[in-house]
Design a protein around this ligand. Structure first.
Ligand code: SIN
Length: 533
């Protein structure tokens, strides 16, 4: 059994920022758990960059861009918080504390890049490996903090909540309160009670519930599913953002071709060389918001029976500039036979970012007491129906910081309420005898991914969504039966979370009959469904 003041689940930018800020108080004990090693997060794979404030930029302009991309569903207050607090916090936490060397120009000033639907060049980057640089900087800064306990190779199974896990019947009458989590230790193959005064979910997104995704293995909606089972309010779950350009070559499906490639002049082409985005968004062309570009690609592919479209940067920029600005994308594509400094890149849309999540307020507090959520697992309202490019890292930074400040103040004011071991039942596996069968887990995961891809994808209809829900419910019964009699493994925990997350998304999508942002229904009630873009 572990006892701590703050339990943080996840080590991407949001969880790491919260930990860094909390660790400033030497009286606080912080436990950081991650299902793999600390760098294994969505943050690590982010390529394009993070929003700063460009030379001729203002917070109000960024707010305008966020609200426009969010298709009328972004919360203005969340956008204002991000635009005002983000840039100074980036300077403090990423540049000064974590010593991340963002790219500079010849004069030694930050090099500001462009991405879709931004009115200004305001995105700073470290080549095309910004997320990896941020992750390395933050984790290195955290490693020097003596009051942080690390638990790698550990997967949270379920949140510990009252009244659910209480032994006192009178707790039934109290509001739902979180007291930590049951955590599966991969190496010891045991589940430990991890008791905490405050728990922060920083578990990232759910791209892996789709067949094609830019997300790493762990993005199975773990935090969303745990919070949902515990009774937290979930919002905007229908808004799953598809990135327009994932590499489409066998053996490397889902590898991200950063939007920064279009930001630097890349143009989308049909296979006979027609630049088609001008037909779909005369104003923004290739730099239209992501939902628009993804649907345009889908439409072009469907109309022409293509299995991909082309992204051409080679004829827009000198080869050496392409190699210098996109060294990782260049090297990766070359391994798969595509020289991006000479050839167009075959691309398709892929599930990329979950704009919905556990509903939180301006400090990351969820609807469950003592449970916070930050980063992609949460929904602050910032992204509305469609996220503006490069806002997610900054959101993780801002809300990680805000949550930590709120928690530190709360713990300072009131005595810490950590239940004793007698109050929380231990995890009981004594009745389980079956080892989990990896073939069953993999097969069920692929079924979820196929259902989500075909019926809850870029283009949706009531009929497709109802079919998805029927099939997912049937599969959930099977998985739950199997889960009840099988010894735990990370794969089994993930499968149970993936089916729960898939149902949350499919049900929200069926419930919302109005097309907006990245939720597009051909049978939209307001007739929007007829308007492809
Ligand atoms: C990209 O580099 O295109 C991804 C950036 C983001 O998702 O904001």
């Amino acid at each position: 059994m572990i006892e701590t003041d703050v339990l943080i689940i996840g080590t991407g930018i949001a969880g790491a920022t919260a930990a860094l800020r909390l660790a400033e108080n030497p009286n606080l004990r912080i436990a950081l758990i991650t299902r793999s090693e600390p760098h294994d997060s969505n943050t690590y794979w982010a390529q394009g960059g993070i929003i700063h404030r460009g030379p001729d930029d203002r917070a109000e302009l960024l707010v305008e861009d966020i609200l426009a991309a969010g298709a009328g569903a972004s919360l203005p207050e969340a956008a204002r918080i991000l635009a005002e607090e983000g840039p100074p916090l980036l300077n403090e936490i990423l540049i000064q504390t974590s010593k991340i060397e963002f790219d500079k120009n010849k004069n030694g000033d930050l090099n500001y890049g462009n991405e879709a639907a931004h009115q200004r060049r305001r995105i700073i980057h470290v080549g095309d490996g910004t997320g990896a640089a941020i992750s390395k900087g933050l984790i290195a800064a955290l490693k020097s903090k003596p009051n942080i306990q690390w638990f790698p190779d550990a997967t949270a199974v379920d949140l510990i909540t009252y009244p659910h896990h209480s032994r006192d019947p009178l707790d039934t009458y109290k509001p739902i309160t979180c007291h930590g989590a049951y955590v599966f230790d991969h190496k010891g193959r045991a589940v430990h009670r991890t008791l905490a005064a405050i728990t922060i979910l920083a578990t990232g997104g759910l791209g892996r519930i789709y067949r094609n995704t830019t997300n790493p293995q762990g993005s199975r909606g773990d935090g969303l599913a745990m919070a949902h089972r515990a009774g937290a309010r979930i919002i905007n779950a229908e808004y799953v953002q598809f990135h327009p350009t994932a590499l489409a070559v066998p053996g490397s499906e889902g590898f991200l071709i950063s939007e920064a490639v279009r930001g630097e002049g890349g143009v989308l082409l049909t296979s006979d060389g027609h630049p088609f985005m001008q037909d779909y968004s005369p104003q923004w062309k290739d730099l239209a918001p992501r939902d628009v570009v993804s649907r345009a690609i889908h439409h072009v592919m469907e109309k022409n029976e293509y299995s991909y479209v082309l992204l051409d940067i080679a004829s827009q920029k000198p080869a050496e500039e392409i190699r210098a600005r996109f060294p990782n994308i260049y090297a990766h594509c070359l391994k798969f036979g595509v020289d991006i400094s000479r050839d167009p890149i075959p691309v398709v849309p892929a599930a990329h970012y979950f704009c919905g999540g556990v509903q939180v307020d301006e400090v990351g507090q969820s609807s469950i007491e003592n449970l916070y959520a930050v980063g992609e697992a949460s929904c602050t309202g910032l992204h509305g129906a469609n996220r503006l490019a490069s806002t997610s890292l900054l959101e993780g930074l801002v809300w990680g910081n805000r949550a930590a400040r709120d928690i530190a103040a709360k713990l300072d004011k009131a005595p810490r309420q950590i239940p004793t071991r007698e109050m929380i039942p231990p995890w009981d596996e004594s009745h389980l005898d079956a080892d989990s069968d990896p073939a069953l887990i993999q097969g069920d995961m692929q079924t979820i991914q196929n259902i989500m891809w075909h019926y809850v994808g870029l283009v949706r209809s009531g009929e497709r969504l109802s079919r998805a829900i029927r099939e997912l419910r049937h599969l959930q019964n099977e998985i739950e039966t199997f889960y009840r009699v099988t010894k735990l493994s990370d794969g089994l925990i993930g499968l149970r979370n993936a089916i729960e997350s898939a149902l949350i998304v499919a049900q929200a999508a069926r419930h919302n009959r109005q097309s907006r942002g990245c939720h597009y229904r051909v049978d939209s009630v307001d007739g929007e469904g007829d308007r492809l873009i």
